[in-house]
Design a protein around this ligand. Sequence first.
Ligand code: SF4
Ligand code: SF4
Length: 82
Amino acid sequence: MFAKIILPPAMGVKNKTGSWRTTRKPKFLHKNCTGCRMCYLVCPEGCISGSKKEYDVDLDYCKGCGLCVKVCPVNDIIMEEE
Ligand code: SF4
Ligand code: SF4
């Protein structure tokens, strides 16, 4: 029964959850990135992509939860006003 109401992660790629954002969005600074991929791994919408030390977000699908900012070990992602 529960299987019918629990959605799998990364539904944003189907549903354009970027429209859920209200006031803030992540910004990737591209200064200190080590390529650890933590942001990519934790993003619940699966909207971060990249390789080596160049990761970025597709804002059409980012709901602005801020998880990527929290996990980045080198503070290379910030939240900024829309
Ligand atoms: S704020 Fe970061 S973790 Fe949250 S949905 Fe957007 S890109 Fe993904
Ligand atoms: S979490 Fe930070 S350091 Fe790691 S890949 Fe993402 S932006 Fe780069």
